[in-house]
Design a binder for this molecule. Structure first.
Ligand code: GAR
Length: 217
């Protein structure tokens, strides 16, 4: 069976894109990173795509009159590239209702907090100011509301008393890089069942991974 074609949308550094590219190099990985779109012309993450020989383009939101027109351009580019699943990886634009409904349950996002806590921008500063003792990351299916949608995977990290937004971000990023490839593996393998706000997954998580730490199954 062919691998699922994945498009990754980025706005900046692209470290999550890079972990997806690396994960997809495993022969048994059910998805291939087939296309990358940046909405920012000088997004550093475009270098990862180029190095990996993955087709990429820039579609700047600034070139469109409104969100609907920008979303339509993204949609057209993804369809032309025969993309089946979209991963938002540090993509800092909201997708509108039509796009999220047309691509329902086929768009993943990663957010650097334990949602539903601390959606939106400035996540780590908000977490530190709220005095939480753990934070983490969430991979979820995208719905029209910001950082909302059925959760596939979360991972937690401790918040240290002397953390700054930067030190906490770095700790959370480490678990992001473990969670995102795993979440995409599950979705691409067809293992995710969505019921309302909740998801369930089959026993396809690799042994020793976050979802199967004991290595059983
Ligand atoms: C990541 O920490 C990601 O969770 C966050 O932006 C960073 C992108 O890093 N995304 C959001 O805040 C979306 N709400 P990367 O470009 O190195 O993957």
């Amino acid at each position: 069976m062919g691998r699922v074609r994945v498009g990754v949308l980025i706005s900046g550094r692209g470290s999550n894109l890079q972990t997806l590219i690396q994960a997809a190099q495993a022969p048994d990985y059910p998805a291939e990173i087939a296309y990358v779109i940046a909405n920012v012309a000088d997004a550093k993450g475009l270098d990862h795509a180029e190095r990996a020989g993955i087709p990429a383009c820039v579609i700047s939101h600034k070139d469109f009159a409104d969100r609907a027109a920008f979303d339509a351009a993204l949609d057209a580019a993804l369809r032309k590239a025969k993309i089946e699943i979209v991963c938002l990886a540090g993509f800092m634009r909201l997708l509108g209702k039509k796009f999220t409904e047309d691509w329902r349950d086929r768009v993943l996002n990663i957010h650097p907090s334990l949602l539903p806590a601390f959606p939106g921008l400035d996540t780590h500063r908000k977490a530190i100011e709220a005095g939480v003792k753990i934070s983490g990351c969430t991979v979820h299916l995208v719905r029209p509301e910001l950082d909302d949608g059925p959760i596939l995977i979360q991972a937690a990290v401790p918040v240290a008393e002397d953390d700054t937004p930067e030190t906490l971000a770095a700790r959370v990023l480490e678990v992001e890089h473990r969670c995102y490839p795993l979440a995409l593996r599950l979705l691409a393998a067809g293992a995710i069942r969505v019921t309302g706000k909740t998801t369930r997954h089959g026993a396809t998580a690799p042994k020793g991974s976050l979802l199967n730490p004991g290595g059983t199954g």
